[in-house]
Design a binder for this molecule. Structure first.
Ligand code: PHE
Length: 455
């Protein structure tokens, strides 16, 4: 094999990692799980989780990737020994499942983008009567299927050709554009009649709610944190495997988390005032929350049609840079471990992933079926296994690797390892258990009902 590439520019790695992290997790998923989790109560647990678990966890993936210079499966094998390659297998399955429905949702954003060319969002709103009806019509059926197809072809094409350069450039434009847009729209949202109630729901936590509902909130926050940071399935291992030893991993990790969390937080500042002002209960609409609130917003603001086109288009590109990272993990595994060429690997894996996503274009229940399983179970399991590897199996290697590019960490290195060893592992085990219980409830409840009604 040719010599392993490293990132072309110093910022290349950060851009790719931010490009992977920032995506549908921030814009689509964050506001609806926050809405379902009780608003501020969820937000608080989520932010704590990001800081206390997400940050140590991103460092684990960075050190494993940089130390081993391998794809996740090869990396775990080299870092932990033979048995650990099966953990890499969990990662590959996770990437498979996430990308299958991720592409369907990205297709919805493309659809809303295209709708802006047909009519203003206000015009659509009038034609449908309400934003929820528009969502229902646009996101299931033949059109959703076609856009899922188009989005997967684009993802496979980019990964097959190995053209990451263009994506780094796109991220450079897209992330600032998204931030400016979200800030602008949040200022507008501030002027809405019921903005105050929206902020109250989003920002003022009720500790009673946390105490009563922590068994729901914890697994949801864990799943959301790993999903939004692209953690628990080897993306950050892969990206760090191309990294030079001079990088300060802690600083890079903090930068990536800062951008990702900032964008999610801004999205909430926009969404909740809009929902309250439109009289929508934020816990109700689930996966349609962002589409409903944005349709309302773009129907109302001046220049809404153009802003809407820019917003939905930008999110679609943000989704593409995340989708690429998901397929890259699966593809690099097939290239390195099965020994097929890049083109065949991307098309073969991409094709299979595409098929798994097709049912989700037919009924939204399949989004829940795949999403809960991937986030609250697979990603948490992946992170737990990594924590065992770094915390217990090979901790000193990890600390030594982290110190490259930073210098002597002294007690901080040990503090990191001990945080992983006990508290983080316990939190992850509890989250995983609760996630499994909830998923079993979903399967025997909502999903079984759906099967009864439809088959
Ligand atoms: N982090 C991405 C997002 O927020 C999704 C993702 C998850 C990408 C896991 C790669 C791995 O949209």
């Amino acid at each position: 094999m040719a010599q392993r590439e490293t990132w072309a520019t110093r910022t290349g790695f950060i851009l790719a990692a931010v490009g992977s992290a920032v995506g549908l997790g921030n814009i689509w998923r964050f506001p609806f799980v926050t809405g379902e989790g009780g608003g501020a109560a969820f937000l608080l647990v989520y932010l704590l989780f990001i800081a206390l678990v997400g940050f140590p966890a991103i460092l684990m993936e960075f050190v494993i990737g940089r130390k081993t210079e391998r794809n996740p499966v090869g990396a775990l094998l080299k870092y932990g020994g033979n048995a650990w390659k099966y953990v890499g297998g969990v990662f590959i399955i996770t990437g498979f499942v996430i990308l299958s429905y991720y592409s369907v949702i990205a297709g919805w954003f493309v659809r809303y983008f295209l709708e802006g060319f047909r009519d203003s969002y206000g015009g659509h709103l009038e034609a449908y009567g309400e934003a929820g009806a528009m969502f229902g019509d646009l996101t299931a059926g033949l059109d959703a299927f076609l856009l899922h197809t188009v989005f997967m072809i684009a993802t496979v094409g980019i990964v097959a050709l190995g053209v990451r350069r263009g994506i780094e450039l796109a991220v450079k434009v897209m992330v600032p554009a998204l931030i400016v847009l979200l800030i602008g729209l949040s200022v507008w949202a501030f002027t809405l009649p019921d903005a105050g109630a929206g902020y109250e729901y989003y920002l003022s936590p009720d500790f009673g709610v946390i105490a009563d509902e922590w068994t729901d909130i914890l697994p949801a926050a864990a799943g959301q944190a790993f999903f939004t940071l692209s953690l628990g399935m080897g993306v950050m291992i892969t990206y760090a495997s191309y990294l030079g030893e001079d990088r300060n991993l802690a600083k890079d990790g903090a930068t990536i988390i800062g951008f990702d969390t900032g964008i999610a937080f801004l999205t909430g500042l926009l969404v909740f005032p809009v929902l309250f002002s439109a009289g929508v209960d934020p816990a109700d609409p689930g996966p349609s929350v962002i589409f409903i609130s944005m349709t309302e917003a773009f129907a109302d603001v001046t220049g809404g049609r153009l802003l809407g086109i820019v917003f939905f288009g930008t999110v679609a590109i943000a989704a593409l840079s995340s989708a690429i990272s998901l397929l890259e993990v699966v593809t690099s595994y097939a290239i390195d471990e099965i020994g097929i060429d890049r083109w065949k690997a991307a098309v073969g894996m991409g094709g299979a992933i595409y098929l798994l996503g097709v049912p989700a274009t037919w009924d939204i229940i399949f989004i829940d079926l795949l999403d809960y399983f991937a986030d609250s179970i697979l990603l948490v399991l992946g992170a737990l296994l990594l924590a065992i590897l770094v915390g217990w199996v090979a901790p000193q290697v990890a600390v030594d690797e982290l110190e490259k590019g930073i210098g002597d960490l002294g007690g901080l290195g040990q503090a990191w390892i001990w945080a992983i060893r006990v508290p983080i592992i316990i939190v992850l085990i509890v989250s995983l258990y609760l996630g499994l219980v909830e998923y079993a409830e979903f399967l025997s409840g909502d999903f079984a009902d759906w099967l009864d009604a439809n088959l």
